[in-house]
Design a protein around this ligand. Structure first.
Ligand code: HEM
Length: 504
């Protein structure tokens, strides 16, 4: 072929690519939906990618400047996605018209070991999701959580005595690291009866594997973008987004399942799932949904879903209480009264502590560990209050962070004010503007467990020590890894023991 022919060929290819992307990127404008300015070939992905410290910063721009507080169009590379920030529309998406939005974005990862993710409840779709959720929901009832309460208390005692020991020899303690060890120990014991002893074990095998798992270097981000958007290329390149550390968890859980199937029962979540499976008709589709591979996937999911979310919530709440000593003292007083009335920290006492709950709700408002949630439209849907019709397959993203920081719903949104959530003020909160656990039938499966776990650890800590900001660590830097917001450099606090008994 001559040079002219090559030039002609290249020009045709470039022109075709340009025309194709123009066509794809006119999806929202042709439907009258506003969009932030975008890149001709990369849509908004490059902006979300460039945004620091995380993609929710770009989402905030779309929310405040380009109509996202009602709704606006976003392009994930060339895929149109709808951001909805209007709480009245969200009520329909999450609850009233949930039958049109039962799924999250479909993830079908092509390579081992990623395929394990395809079996997790959090990514299942349609009837399979509904059946599996029905099977798994009873593992997180208040009765079951009450049963786990003593185990959580034991772990929280270890957390506090370890932190106080550190405080005796160091000017400050990295509580984020300690909370990470605590949540790992707690999920492992409550879900699988595994004692990780992360505080005693110098190498803290579980907690170390978990922090590597949740680290998010650029290579992982790129692999993730390619795997989610270009699965064929991902298959050819044999890319895997589940990091090698997951193999450690997979092996441990696999061994535990094998032991349980031989009859070594412990009464934890894994046993509850195995018992449920045994009660199902052997030929039923529901039973197939809980085969050994699925049990393994749900086990790994518990660790992924429960580790960083809960550890970050604990770290953010202790940071905010250290920064707001008056609120810390008010909380301590409520907790001391609770202990006086109930004789100890009890399940009931924690459930009744109203200011405690308000502090946690306010922490989750300021720092929602998951700054964005999504749904996929599964049936043609006409949006309420608009002519826009969504086709099946359209992804809807909900800017949780922006809703939580919108001054229209939260006066002085950056201030830590737990009183917003006290019963006399709760009536002022607009529905669907505080959604740290998502909403509707597909919300966080383990919300009550996560809140109880967080409250026990925080109550023990606040009763044992006064928390103060360490000099030089007054401000918190955020980072974004595996979809979760967390403190970038940990949370470094000075701890002053409040009574001798605790100063072990
Ligand atoms: C403070 C801690 C936690 C926070 C803030 C949190 C938040 C969330 C959010 C925002 C969602 C998505 C909800 C939606 O799309 O509407 C979710 C889903 C989920 N979470 Fe949590 N979570 C926490 C702890 C946990 C723990 C400890 C576990 C398990 C041990 C867990 C298990 C799950 C599961 C299985 C789902 C998927 C549910 C489904 O698709 O049906 N979470 N969580």
């Amino acid at each position: 072929m001559g040079v002219e022919t090559w030039l002609l060929l290249v020009s045709v290819v470039v022109l075709a690519a340009w025309a194709y992307s123009r066509w794809r990127l006119s999806y929202w404008s042709s439907r009258g939906v506003p969009t932030p300015p975008f890149h001709q070939f990369l849509g908004h992905t490059y902006k979300a990618f460039k945004a620091s410290p995380g993609a929710w910063v770009f989402a905030e721009e779309a929310y405040t400047k380009y109509g996202g507080s009602s709704f606006c169009g976003i392009y994930e590379i060339l895929t149109p996605v709808l951001m909805i920030g209007d709480p009245d529309i969200l009520k329909h998406i999450f609850v009233k018209d949930f039958d049109h939005f039962t799924d999250r974005r479909t993830i079908k990862l092509p390579n081992e070991p990623d395929k394990l993710m395809n079996d997790m409840l959090s990514v299942k779709a349609g009837e399979d999701w509904k059946n599996l959720r029905n099977i798994m929901s009873p593992t997180f009832t208040s009765g079951k959580i009450r049963g786990m309460f003593p185990l959580i208390c034991d772990n929280a005692d270890v957390l506090v005595s370890f932190s106080l020991k550190q405080a005796a020899t160091q000017p400050y303690v990295d509580l984020k690291d300690n909370f990470g060890r605590f949540t790992m120990d707690t999920i492992a014991i409550c879900a699988f009866g595994i004692e990780c002893n992360s505080f005693e074990d110098e190498n803290a095998e579980f907690a170390n594997a978990a922090s590597k798992f949740f680290a998010f270097p650029i290579t992982k981000v790129i692999k993730m973008i390619v795997s989610l958007n270009l699965p064929t290329l991902s298959k050819i390149l044999n890319l895997s987004i589940i990091p090698s550390e997951a193999k450690f968890f997979k092996d441990v859980i696999e061994e535990t399942i094998a032991a349980r199937l031989k009859g070594h029962s412990r009464g934890d979540f894994l046993d509850l799932l195995i018992e449920t499976r045994a009660s199902l008709d052997s030929s039923s589709n529901k039973r197939k949904l809980l085969d050994n591979r699925s049990l393994l996937a749900q086990g790994v999911m518990f660790l992924i879903a429960g580790y960083d979310t809960t550890a970050s919530t604990l770290a953010f709440s202790s940071y905010l209480l250290a920064k707001n000593p008056k609120e810390q003292q008010r909380l301590r007083q409520e907790l001391q009264e609770m202990v006086q009335n109930h004789g100890d920290i009890t399940y009931q006492g924690i459930m009744e502590s109203k200011f405690f709950d308000a502090c946690l709700m306010e922490t989750l408002r300021l720092y929602p560990p998951l700054p964005q949630v999504d749904r996929m439209c599964t049936k043609t849907y006409k949006m309420c209050g608009s002519d826009l019709v969504l086709s099946p397959g359209t992804i809807v993203v909900v800017p949780v962070w922006s809703l939580h920081h919108d001054p229209r719903y939260w006066p002085e949104p950056e201030q830590f004010r737990p009183d917003r959530f006290m019963s006399e003020n709760r009536g002022n909160i607009k529905q669907f503007t505080h959604i740290p656990f998502g909403m509707g039938p597909r919300n966080c499966l383990a919300m009550r467990f996560a809140l109880m776990e967080t409250k026990v650890a925080l109550a023990k800590m606040i009763l044992a020590a006064d928390l103060q900001l360490a000099p030089g660590y007054e401000e918190i830097e955020l980072e974004f890894g595996f979809g979760v917001i967390r403190p970038k450099k940990g949370v470094k606090l000075a701890l002053t023991p409040l009574n001798e008994e605790c100063d072990m």
